[in-house]
Design a protein. Structure first.
Length: 344
């Protein structure tokens, strides 16, 4: 039976759920050797150092591990040499391609399987997209500004019904965004890498386009949500040319990666008024530099890469991990296996 090492903070009740999957499992968990989370489901620590004795204990556990719950980010560069028995890492995020590529894990750990937590963040991310669309179309930001000024001035706003929502990236998150859009009576269009044999209605869509039809989709996008993975083919996929295709007054939402967008072109589209507004959870540089004009723009909502984080995240990741442990023990395919060739 495998030995599991939990490499980021997890609440004790979830650790016990992992142990309960099979009494024969050895589950190593030493919270005194892990960083203290700053908020629920904090899996990305800042500066973190163990004592020499603590580091020695930690590396001894790494050497015994067959399975890691989360990457050991405290030893990211050295990890391949510290885990001689390792066969599988269950990540606590979806977009691990950049991290895996940065440290060369795909080649340094050729026999290790990586699994993501795809689907875990679908609901909170989709809810955030709805929040942004409502904030701009219902003029909620203006309402708050008027409240602070004690200004009473009635106005008319727009509702979401019959507006067109275009979602670029129709994975689990994109599908949930489309489903929520449908709940508001929106017309939904999706852009997906592979479309053959897929019925749009199964993804809560009215229309499904392949990537080469992206320009056509953009011309209809009163609301554009970007949730495609970062790959060599998607970097800077949205720039000045693409923003110009959007209808005037469109709302742009990025919950993918900052590298997919030409940020200067985005700022220009916002300043010109071509875009009604933007809800941004990700940026070219994170943390977003204080010098960025995005901080002070009235038609921008800046979120510090936290739209996906929810108080129940660890519960949901543990659900997925426990199911994958059962599959691992039973010799069945794991869920959400990372594709080294595709990068997601």
């Amino acid at each position: 039976m495998p030995t599991i090492l939990i490499a980021s903070y997890l609440e004790p009740e979830h650790v016990e759920r992992i142990r309960a999957v099979d009494a024969r499992l050895e589950v190593l968990y030493a919270p005194d050797l892990l960083y203290t989370p700053r908020y629920p489901a904090d899996h990305w620590p800042g500066e973190f150092r163990r004592t020499p004795e603590g580091e020695s204990r930690w590396r001894a556990m790494l050497a015994r591990a067959d399975i890691l719950f989360d990457f050991d980010k405290s030893n990211a560069a050295e990890l391949p040499t510290l885990v001689p028995k390792l066969k599988w890492i269950q990540a606590t995020s979806v977009g691990i391609g950049e991290f895996v590529g940065k440290y060369g894990y795909a080649t340094a750990m050729p026999k290790v399987t990586f699994t993501t937590c795809a689907g875990v963040h679908a609901q909170p991310l989709a809810e955030w997209c709805v929040l942004v669309m409502l904030a701009f179309h219902r003029k909620f930001l203006e309402t708050l500004a008027d409240q602070r000024r004690k200004r009473w001035e009635r106005f008319a706003a727009a509702d979401l019904r019959d507006q067109t929502l275009v979602v670029v990236g129709m994975g689990k998150v994109g599908t949930e965004v489309a489903r929520m859009g449908k709940a508001f009576g929106m017309r939904t269009i999706g852009v997906k890498r592979t479309v053959e044999g897929i019925a749009p209605a199964d993804l809560h869509l009215d229309v499904l386009y392949a990537p080469h039809d992206l320009p056509r989709a953009l011309t209809e996008a009163q609301n554009l949500v970007l949730i495609a993975p970062r790959t060599a083919g998607t970097e800077r996929m949205i720039g000045a040319e693409q923003f110009a295709l959007l209808p005037k007054g469109a709302v742009f939402i990025n919950i993918a990666r900052g590298a997919l967008v030409d940020e200067l072109a985005l700022i220009a589209a916002l300043r010109s008024g071509h875009l009604r507004g933007a809800g941004l959870d990700v940026f070219e540089t994170e943390p977003l530099p204080g010098s960025s004009p995005l901080w002070e723009m009235d038609n921008v909502i800046v979120c510090p890469h936290s739209a996906s984080t929810a108080d129940r995240e660890n519960e949901r990741i543990t659900d997925l991990f426990c199911e994958n442990i059962r599959r691992y023990i039973g010799g069945r395919p794991l869920l959400n296996v990372y594709d080294r060739d595709l990068g997601f």
